[in-house]
Design a protein around this ligand. Structure first.
Ligand code: UDP
Length: 373
């Protein structure tokens, strides 16, 4: 069969590879000039540092299948993400852990003492937190919420944390020990030569054709039996109900001699600071030596026409719109919607890859059983 994959990020690359290995012909198109979507990495011309062009991406997963799958396509180096946060003129450890609590309150609490203290600070009357703010008030209390989450979240999402779902904060743990690993997953690492090399290796198969700088055009459809769409879901339906909301990011790049901040990522939690974080890219590759450094100051704003979509917002109005598009998507023939943009979800890379493997397997099973896909 002949398949068209729209978008050359992890989602479509994995689907294309799985189908190609089963003998199907796959064309992957992307309107941008590179593969790997927002995971794209490239070496900075001035410093030779590998830069995460669309912001920091750290690979972490508990899914052994996904981890092993990726190892076939590139070398991963050990990397542990340890984030620092600046709040009220001081530097703290993130995610909130025993060090953060002791630093913040000027204490020397043991784990048990810290737990009791935080329970006292937190709002235990909230049983089922619905919003981001309720989740924070229940788990860390007002002081830590205001210091680390309120301002950052307002900048990141452009709305008050009272309007955001609790699920966004559930991504982050609160720890009563000194573990400052941002992620609690079994596997964590950084591709030695960047994400784009990995995606290119996944796409490197005789049955796959990659066409960059190629926007989707409906006239292409007649050539293919089925489409995998990893572009925005609402774009396939020509935005007929209106546009799904996204946040986009702007990066202010700058270089410096030596080190700039001494860590890969430092968050700026005060609302008065206009950016959310600064990324110093060479800290993602500790095995490399660089005399100069390149940093990205990251600003979040509403995504307008022509901007690159990053984070699906999923506020109440977006959710209602999403259901309308999902209804259409469920009925649509000849197309499957995949990935972060195709399904309008806040997906980590490992989940994207796991879902792509499942989608491809589903299609191969249907074909083997002579069922329509
Ligand atoms: N967050 C925050 N302060 C921080 C870091 C995160 O308030 O210093 C909130 C923010 O709303 C963010 C969410 O927690 O969107 C999830 O954080 P994560 O680090 O997973 O965000 P990502 O790296 O995906 O942008």
């Amino acid at each position: 069969m002949k398949f068209l994959c729209v978008g050359a990020g992890f989602s479509c690359a994995v689907i294309a590879r799985e189908l190609a290995q089963s003998g199907h012909k796959v064309t992957v198109i992307d309107q941008r000039s590179h593969t790997a979507g927002n995971c794209h990495t490239e070496r900075d011309k001035e410093t030779n540092v590998m830069v995460h062009i669309y912001g920091p991406h750290i690979f972490h997963t508990n899914n052994e299948t996904v981890w092993n799958y990726l190892q076939k396509f590139g070398e991963f180096m050990p990397y542990t993400n340890r984030v620092k946060a600046v709040s009220g003129g001081q530097v703290y450890s993130l995610p909130v852990n025993l060090h953060t609590i002791n630093q913040f309150y000027g204490k020397t609490f043991s784990p048990k003492e810290a737990k009791a203290w935080i329970t006292e600070q937190s709002d235990q009357s909230i049983t089922e937190p619905q919003t981001f703010e309720e989740q924070a008030m229940k788990f860390v209390g007002k002081d830590l919420y205001q210091a680390f989450f309120k301002g950052y979240t307002a900048k990141q999402w452009g709305v008050s944390p009272t309007k955001l779902p609790a699920s966004i904060l559930k991504r982050l743990p609160v720890r009563f020990n000194y573990d400052d690993n941002y992620f609690a997953h079994k596997y964590q690492g950084m591709p030695k030569n960047g994400y784009t090399e990995i995606v290119d290796n996944i796409l490197n198969h005789e049955n796959i054709t990659v066409q960059l700088n190629t926007p989707f055009d409906e006239t292409m459809l007649s050539e293919y039996d089925h489409v995998f769409w990893s572009a925005p879901l609402d774009a396939w339906f020509k935005h007929q109900f209106g546009k799904l909301g996204y946040r986009t990011l702007d990066f202010e790049a700058f270089t410096d001699e030596g080190d700039f901040q001494g860590n890969a990522v430092i968050n700026y939690c005060d609302e008065a600071v206009p950016y959310t974080r600064i990324t110093e890219h060479k800290y993602f590759a500790s095995w490399e030596q660089h005399e100069k450094t390149v940093c990205y100051k990251e600003f979040s704003r509403s995504c307008e026409d022509g901007d690159i979509p990053y984070y699906p917002i999923r506020l109440a109005e977006d959710q209602a719109l999403l259901s309308q598009y999902e209804n259409l998507a469920n009925q649509a023939k000849g197309v499957s919607f995949v990935g972060r943009l195709g399904t309008y979800r806040y997906l980590d890379m490992d989940v994207t890859i796991a879902e792509a493997l499942k989608t491809a397997q589903g299609v191969l099973d249907d074909l083997a059983n002579n069922q329509a896909i």
